[in-house]
Design a protein around this ligand. Sequence first.
Ligand code: PMP
Length: 394
Amino acid sequence: MRYADRMENLTASEIRELLKVTNRPEIISFAGGLPAAELFPIEEMAAASTAVLKNQGEQALQYSTTEGVFPLREWIAQRENNRIGTQLTAENILITHGSQQALDLVGKLLINKSDVILCESPTYLSALNVFKTFEGKILEVQTDQEGMIVSDLENLLATTADVKLIYVIPTFQNPSGKTWSLERKQQVLEIANRYDVAIIEDAPYEEPRYSGELTPPMFSFPKAENVIRTGSFSKVLCPGLRIGWISADAAVIEKLVLIKQSTDLQSNTFAQMQIFQFLQANSIDDHIAKLVKTYRLRRDAAISAIETYFPKNTQYTYPEGGLFIWLELPEEINTTELLEKSLDRKVAFVSGESFYAENPKLNTLRLNFSCMDEARIEAGMKILGGLIAEELAM
Ligand code: PMP
């Protein structure tokens, strides 16, 4: 088969390969980014599904609009307005198949071959793959505790031609778990506007939050016409229904609708109506409160295990939400090699290498803490900490 040139840039994700192994029950896995399945509202979803089929079955099983089911778009706009102080209407919302498809559609909208995309170092692996599909050139911007380092961003913009897009995950970032400061968001938006570069503000993790408070997203600032925001029901409800959205200027949504039409006509009508029915019949805030209670305990268990079992000079992030902790181990540890040995002891994680667009730090790793109870987290971390101590002693 004579594949398209773009396929040369695409490689199998280490995580997808790893997940094949980590599905086995004997493996303690900190690898995937899975929400806790035992917290899915299965009965409520069953009731929502039945109600939709009974009361609106013909509509639910029929084609519908590319933009998405209207009442769901209205609901999302309203919730965004209440949470982040925007003034959105349904015209600003396009329903997508997960925020992953949102990234893909925005990529198609903006990226010409060889356009430059700036992203955080490290960043979300599957966003990198989207940008590679469109044959974009990805450059990484160095980050600190507050977000992108502004001088590095300025320097890249001043010295690089054809920068089209800045991709960021300012809240509970994947993979680092970090959250940007308000000041950093203001600075980055100001710089992006000055260079006329669009921003994708990817926000699938904003809820649930276990501590601290949300600072306004860039999308809600004045002069944010160049910001496109992506959201998702994956982390607040369930990823399996694959429903997410794009919030943007109505003119941008109109263009994205043209693209989505050619991609898949529309998102799954039934899934959209099922989610809307669930939201009508249940309190999403009560559901999120349940998630917070469980995830907070798991985060705390993981942090306390790092402090107990890992070398004292390990650096780690303290996420206020999301699913991940990012670790920087002593420099002599290569986490890709560590992973092979750790899998022999039936513990999995993702080595940090996969999350860098350019220059990987080989002593980093991502730990997911959302999908196991505290006892299993403690047991897995003890094994991993023991292995690291052995490696350092060699
Ligand atoms: N963006 C980020 C940063 C992610 O980590 C993920 C996956 N967890 C997605 C987008 C895609 O999520 P989904 O398609 O399930 O909304």
